[in-house]
Design a protein around this ligand. Structure first.
Ligand SMILES: *Cc1c(COP(=O)(O)O)cnc(C)c1O
Length: 378
């Protein structure tokens, strides 16, 4: 492979090789098997929930969670504008209308604006089937500020924790805050099964129903009997084996990503106008450090993110914009959104730096020195 420095690559070792080989040799190749059961138990324990359902993607987990709380045509699901498209796609699959809410300064959803928006919708007579929070870039939302305010409004919470496995908020694991939560094991997430996801919940009835829907909604009969439409959403035994190996190494991968963020912070500390998302707003001790994002204050730095990324690209370094807000996406152009301007500002000023746990100190130092060259003081 080239010596290009990537944003966040799958980081796989002999540990994973052994589990995958064991799964292959055991004869449990597909679809389900003991590795799936074990992976579900271990993830549920890690996230402090009663149960987990291994699926083919995080998007599938969100879809099933939303179906369970009754997201459907003529209902609304309120979610952050700044997120990956999958969060909003899952809402659209159900036929519910996504309504977007702007960010707080750390990019996560603005909790006060969220509660206000839900109340306003209810006052208009709309049925808010769910709120979906997203724990962005590996940082949990401010669930302390959210408290029981959604319970008071009678609206269930679905937690999109796809980016946040291993993070906590007030000591409680990401993935344990909603009635149901979704994790992703996509290729560039904090850990991977090459592709996969997990639905988490304390509600075993919810998980049972999701399990049934995830396997084509087959009724318990001797033949293939179906009374409703289902999905093909389960994870295979081979991929679960990869997940078990990754989970064994999760803490070491999080530590490495934490070291990388600290190295960036030290290496850019004297550059006026650079802010670290999360780290510079209340601290990031509980994050999983999935991606390190900086923002460039245009009052102090003339180079904009697009120019910085192009310069880094020419130097063999992959950097990215932060998520482009959903209310700016052509596909959601006519959707309702509660806006303050924060997510647009973060999108206009944010740069996501290479953050993968396989990156060496030398590679991070190269990113730091190239970035410093590209940041011109005003
Ligand atoms: C990655 C991601 C997902 C989707 O996960 P997949 O496993 O790729 O389907 C959902 N939401 C967010 C915020 C994500 O970053």
């Amino acid at each position: 492979m080239s010596d290009r420095i990537h944003l966040s690559r799958a980081h796989v070792t002999e540990v994973e090789e052994k589990y995958v080989l064991d799964a292959l040799r055991s004869g449990w190749v597909a679809p389900l098997g003991p590795m799936v059961d074990r992976f579900e138990r271990e993830i549920a324990e890690r996230c402090g929930v009663a149960g987990a359902l291994a699926l083919s993607s995080g998007t599938a987990a969100l879809h099933l969670a939303l179906l369970d709380v009754g997201a459907a045509p003529d209902t609304v699901v309120v979610l952050p504008s700044m997120t990956f498209a999958a969060s909003a796609n899952a809402v659209a699959y159900t036929g519910a209308e996504p309504v977007f809410v702007d960010s707080a300064e750390d990019a996560n959803i603005d909790v006060d604006l969220l509660v206000e928006t839900v109340s306003a919708l209810q006052n208009e007579g709309r049925t808010v089937a769910a709120v979906m929070t997203v724990d962005l870039f590996g940082r949990a939302c401010d669930y302390t500020a959210l408290g029981s305010r959604l319970d008071d409004l009678g609206v269930p919470l679905i937690e999109d924790a796809a980016e946040a496995l291993g993070a906590t908020h007030a000591g409680r694991p990401a993935g344990s805050f909603g009635r149901a939560a979704a994790l992703s094991f996509n290729g560039n997430k904090i850990m991977t099964t090459s592709g996969g996801g997990m639905l988490l919940s304390d509600d075993t009835d919810l998980l049972d129903r999701a399990r049934y829907l995830s396997t084509q909604a087959r009724q318990p009969a001797a033949w293939y009997e179906h009374t409703e439409i289902g999905y093909n959403y389960r994870m295979s035994n081979i991929l679960a084996a990869l997940g078990i190996g990754q989970l064994e190494r999760l803490d070491s991968m999080i530590s490495r990503r934490r070291e990388i963020r600290s190295r960036y912070a030290a290496g850019l500390a004297d550059v006026d106008g650079v802010t670290f998302l999360g780290r510079d707003q209340g601290g990031d001790a509980e994050d999983n450090y999935w991606l390190t994002c900086i923002t460039l204050d245009p009052a102090k730095i003339t180079s904009d993110p697009t120019a910085v990324m192009a310069g880094l690209d020419a130097a063999g370094i992959e950097a990215r914009h932060v998520w482009k807000p959903m209310h700016l996406q052509p596909v959601h152009a006519d959707r309702r959104a509660a806006l303050t301007g924060v997510s647009e500002r973060l999108f206009a000023t944010g740069v996501t730096l290479p953050s993968g746990s396989e990156l060496t100190d030398d590679q991070i130092d190269r990113v730091i020195s190239e970035t410093r060259l590209l940041l011109e003081a005003r």
